[in-house]
Design a protein around this ligand. Structure first.
Ligand SMILES: Cc1cc2nc3c(=O)[nH]c(=O)nc-3n(C[C@H](O)[C@H](O)[C@H](O)COP(=O)(O)OP(=O)(O)OC[C@H]3O[C@@H](n4cnc5c(N)ncnc54)[C@H](O)[C@@H]3O)c2cc1C
Length: 379
């Protein structure tokens, strides 16, 4: 009898893993993806929505259009997992049995964890990005603060990309002279990756974007329009953009499968749950101290697919493991970009920003729907 493989989450990690398992098991496993909305959302596009360069509708496709025909889709949220009974309970009350389970539910943003920040703008959700674009069109000059309200967060370079693109936008509108842009970083540098921070910091300075280091956003006072840091500093603003705190999904927390923030503990090479040998996790969902990025989910998916395939076929564990591969683009504005590449054993490298990388990112964004979810790009 075919093994029942259930994958929670139809984002980049879940979709690619489902397609690879269906292909590799060739009928020896029946694969079901459970996704809360049944829609696949390309989140890197939020950055462009926030700056009026992308329409929200272009970033969302029906999950069924990305899955192989043999993979079933259940479009409703999973609310509880019982690893002892090997079942997933759905919001409708239906219970789904499984032999192997993959957790790919991503992360959620929780702006309400920052007192006073309810009204702050963000580009970490589709609704947030659209609201920010509305606000930017009304903006006629003043102080814009872009801060980070909690680590870890998805796509660590995104706030840096945003300030560069914001600089371009304000210049194009002729209001850059009347505006200040400050990037608030909780670290001693622009963002987590040291070598790339060293590369981008002089460019920030050159563009007149002030980098405020060791500024961990703690509270916001919307009445006085000030943001306060854990370190005791206060800054005033006219427009506040925050990267909201992140945590794992509620289903993970409610099922006791994650840590206190809902991140799933896995072996950093096999991506298997540290307590359950029939559960794997990938992408933003894991507790691995590596960038929460689509690129990581993309490179982890073949490893999880190999693991699940071997388990479904009753074969020994595969030799191939995840070696921490990451490859991301970083827009530096003015039509240029750089890349960030590293793995567990090799520190990050970033080339000098160039037009080639900017156009490579644009091409990747455009062709994503026909390449990554189906496994058509090199691993
Ligand atoms: C502004 C921004 C820019 C970014 N730029 C980049 C970039 O340039 N490069 C890059 O590599 N990454 C980038 N990222 C990060 C990237 O989008 C995420 O890291 C990636 O989407 C994570 O993939 P995932 O499969 O783990 O989760 P997701 O893609 O978030 O998918 C999770 C899925 O799980 C579903 N789900 C959630 N809860 C449940 C539940 N209870 N039951 C069933 N389904 C559930 C959701 O509906 C969703 O479909 C960016 C993110 C943002 C916000």
């Amino acid at each position: 009898m075919a093994a029942e493989v259930v994958i929670l989450g139809g984002g980049v990690g879940g979709t690619l893993t489902a397609n690879l398992i269906a292909k590799q098991t060739n009928g020896q496993a029946h694969v079901t993806v459970v996704d809360a909305t049944g829609k696949h959302v390309y989140q890197p596009g939020f950055l462009y929505v926030a700056l009026g360069k992308q329409q929200p509708a272009a970033l969302s496709h029906a999950e069924t259009s990305l899955l192989r025909s043999s993979v079933d889709l259940v479009a409703e949220p999973a609310v509880k997992i019982d690893p002892a009974a090997r079942t997933v309970q759905l919001a409708s009350g239906r219970s789904l049995p499984y032999d192997q389970l993959v957790l790919a539910t991503g992360s959620r943003t929780v702006m309400d964890e920052v007192p006073g920040a309810e009204g702050a703008y963000d580009f970490y959700t589709m609704a947030g990005a659209s609201r920010l674009w509305d606000a930017l069109q009304q903006f006629t000059g003043g102080k814009i603060l872009v801060g980070v309200a909690g680590i870890p967060y998805k796509c660590p370079p995104a706030p840096v990309e945003f300030v560069f693109m914001l600089d371009d936008y304000l210049r194009a509108r002729g209001i850059r002279e009347q505006s200040e842009i400050k990037l608030l970083s909780p670290l001693n540098r622009a963002f987590t990756i040291e070598t790339t921070s060293k590369l981008v910091q002089p460019i920030l300075a050159e563009r007149g974007i002030e980098l405020c280091t060791f500024f961990n956003v703690e509270t916001v006072d919307p009445a006085t329009k000030t943001v306060n840091s854990l370190e005791g500093e206060s800054l005033d603003y006219d427009l506040l953009v925050l990267v909201p705190p992140h945590r794992g999904q509620k289903v993970i927390e409610d099922s006791g499968l994650g840590d206190e923030r809902g991140w799933v503990p896995v072996d950093k090479h096999t991506l298997k749950h540290t307590k359950f040998d029939h559960i794997w996790a990938l992408g933003d969902t894991t507790d691995i101290p590596i960038s929460k990025s689509g690129s990581v989910a993309h490179f982890e998916a073949p490893i999880v697919a190999d693991e699940v395939t071997a388990s479904a076929k009753g074969l020994p564990a595969p030799a191939r493991v995840y070696e921490g591969k990451v490859m991301c683009f970083l827009e530096t504005g003015r039509g240029k970009a750089t890349t960030i590449q590293f793995d567990y054993d090799h520190p990050a490298k970033s080339p000098k920003p160039s037009r080639i990388w900017h156009w490579s990112k644009a091409l990747f964004n455009k062709t994503y729907w026909h390449t990554v979810p189906q496994g058509r790009l090199p691993e």
